[in-house]
Design a protein around this ligand. Structure first.
Ligand SMILES: Nc1ncnc2c1ncn2[C@@H]1O[C@H](COP(=O)(O)OP(=O)(O)O)[C@@H](O)[C@H]1O
Ligand SMILES: [Mg+2]
Length: 609
């Protein structure tokens, strides 16, 4: 449908996008197992055809009325009986019916379109959630939601215009061409077809050119805007250097570019409108001259003459919008292309076919010689082995960037290992479903991010089916219940975007409460308290310790004083295990851990002093 775009590259992309759109959207318009959709589609198409047939028949009534008035014999004998007034009334009714059936068709089809759009938006949304963390880190979230929004709008536009604008137009043109050929002769047909081909060709070419001009105009606009904003932001600097005149010149130069482009835009619109008019008028005059000659020769009636005119006027109207439709369709194709690119982006981490659910029996975690790097060129973990026995606790320490959080991400299977394996109770995390894996692990991250909703909602997020009593019990265990009930709105307090209305310690407690509510057999605490002051940290530490009772706990710690009683402490350095053992043993060894400990102790003493 994209006719001769500027470069073959764009046209190839657009064709691909058009095909993909049809392949994607088609099933929604003709879905198996949803007969109501099929019924509506058939009904809408029938109404579309009916409206067009009546529309195309309308000029016949007009012709018959004129012939009756002119006292000429007209073909359908019944028309004579109706008389000029009756025929005019019939003409009016036919016009009203055309519009009526069109509106009925739109109403019936709206449900199909909206259902298709909803399903498509949902499919994209789910797919985005299924994409890997790697993908999300490199994309802006706002950009993603805009892609869905624009893509869905594009599909809506395309459906509406292909089915209800371009489709009917083609049907109407075909019917008119057939009428001109059968009622009149092949010359009428030739003129109509020739006019339309020239018209379409001209419209597409000029629109193509105008798209470029408009883009220039938008660029100039952005440019002028940026210059103005930059200049105003630098208000003081401008004054320091007495550069007001220079700034004004720069701004004016940018505005001059916009002025030029804007003038070109309106001029090009004038050219488009005028050219379209000339072409249509030429066609109109052409067939009317033929008809006039026919009337003079006594082959045609005056009614035929006005009918030819009526048909030409009737097909001009929809043709007028062709330029806009063409431009919008191309824009839609680009927008939809982006959305379908997103949909076809493969998920990096997927469940194996028929993967069983994880069966947790104690929740022993085992890292077996794990090798991993986010990029092939830069290994992060170079063969790390750690065993956390069921119900045991292991602490991971090490300098920032040594790969501690990465281990957590691998356990949660945000990424897959490059070598070795992670197992839970002997089952490789890659062999079980992600849902069951995620159910088994509770994570308290360094910063808990909250949904912009109530405190209640945020705690309940850990287990949506939990009762109010359970939620309050979790809040009590996380030592946040008293604080919540002291708020004027209690559990219904809104926490603000990302939870900004709560302090760091309060947010962290909400995070602990919701993880408690989830009640997972395995707990991963990733520097859960390092962002807090030491007072708050001590308070929360006690809650975390209580939370670890009866669970397997992997603690990533920044402050070593928080992990002294771990079953095992693993010191990670440059992606390798540098030391491991219990606190006392490691201190006695006098290695890395011992020096880290000494340093932190003296820092804390400095702080205290
Ligand atoms: N998504 C990512 N892509 C590329 N490199 C990453 C990514 N996430 C983390 N890294 C790098 O991996 C290394 C280990 O990160 P991390 O496990 O977060 O360290 P930490 O031990 O401080 O928790 C860091 O050097 C970091 O720059
Ligand atoms: Mg980290």
């Amino acid at each position: 449908m994209a006719r001769r775009p500027t470069t073959s590259e764009i046209s190839r992309l657009e064709r691909a996008s058009a095909l993909r759109t049809m392949a994607r959207v088609g099933p929604y318009l003709w879905p198996e197992g949803q007969p109501w959709v099929k019924r509506r589609v058939v009904l809408a198409l029938a109404l579309l055809a009916l409206a067009k047939v009546i529309a195309v028949a309308t000029p016949f009534l007009y012709k018959a009325a004129v012939d009756t008035l002119a006292g000429e014999a007209t073909d359908p004998a019944w028309a004579l009986g109706a008389g000029a007034v009756g025929l005019t009334v019939a003409y009016g009714m036919a016009r009203a019916m055309t519009v009526g059936f069109q509106q009925l068709r739109d109403g019936i089809f709206a449900r199909v379109t909206q259902r298709a759009l909803r399903s498509l938006a949902l499919e994209t949304f789910q797919h985005i959630h299924a994409l890997s963390l790697r993908y999300h880190i490199t994309r802006k979230t706002g950009g993603l939601s805009r892609i869905i929004e624009r893509g869905v709008k594009g599909v809506e536009f395309l459906l509406r215009f292909m089915l209800f604008s371009v489709g009917p137009l083609i049907l109407e043109l075909t019917l008119v061409a057939i009428i001109f050929y059968t009622v009149f002769d092949v010359w009428y047909l030739a003129i109509v077809v020739g006019t339309i081909l020239l018209y379409v060709q001209f419209t597409f070419k000029v629109t193509e050119w105008r798209v470029k001009i408009r883009k220039q105009m938008n660029d100039q606009d952005t440019d002028a805007n940026q210059k103005a904003i930059d200049s105003l932001l630098n208000f003081e600097t401008v004054k320091y250097f007495g550069a007001e005149a220079r700034e004004a010149e720069r701004y004016d130069a940018a505005m001059a570019g916009y002025e030029e482009a804007a003038i070109k835009t309106s001029q090009s619109l004038a050219i488009l409108n005028f050219g379209q008019s000339v072409l249509i008028t030429a066609g109109l005059v052409g067939v009317m001259i033929l008809a006039a000659m026919g009337v003079q020769a006594g082959e045609l009636t005056v009614g035929d003459f006005v009918m030819v005119n009526a048909y030409m006027m009737q097909i001009t109207q929809p043709l007028n919008f062709l330029g806009t439709v063409y431009r919008e369709i191309r824009q839609s194709l680009v927008d939809m292309g982006e959305m379908f690119d997103l949909l076809e982006q493969p998920a990096e981490v997927t469940d194996k076919p028929d993967a069983p659910a994880l069966r947790v029996n104690g929740g022993a975690v085992q890292l077996d010689n794990v090798v991993f790097g986010y990029e092939a060129a830069r290994p992060i973990l170079k063969g790390v082995s750690i065993d956390v026995p069921a119900g045991g606790s292991v602490a991971l320490v090490g300098p920032s960037g040594s790969g501690k959080s990465t281990i957590g991400r691998l356990l949660f299977r945000f990424y897959d290992v490059n070598g070795g394996a992670l197992r839970i109770d002997g089952q490789d995390v890659r062999d079980v479903t992600q849902t069951s894996l995620h159910d088994a692990i509770g994570v308290v991250p360094q910063d808990t991010v909250l949904f912009n909703d109530t405190v209640f909602y945020n705690i309940a997020y850990g287990r949506p089916e939990a009762t109010r009593a359970e939620i309050e019990a979790a809040a009590r265990a996380a030592k946040i219940h008293d604080f919540i009930v002291s708020l004027p709105e209690g559990y219904d307090t809104k926490v603000g975007e990302r939870g900004l209305k709560l302090s760091g310690g309060e947010k962290q407690r909400v995070g602990i409460a919701r993880t408690l509510l989830k009640n997972p057999p395995i707990l991963l605490l990733d520097e859960a308290t390092s962002a807090l002051d030491s007072e708050t940290e001590r308070e929360i530490q006690a809650e975390l310790k209580a939370m670890g009772q009866g669970r397997t706990v992997l603690t990533i710690a920044h402050r070593l004083s928080t992990i002294v009683d771990a079953d095992e402490i693993v010191v990670l350095e440059n992606g390798e295990v540098a030391e491991r053992g219990r606190h006392d043993d490691l201190l006695a060894r006098g290695g890395r851990y011992a020096s880290m400990w000494t340093r932190q102790q003296s820092e804390e003493e400095d702080d205290a002093a």
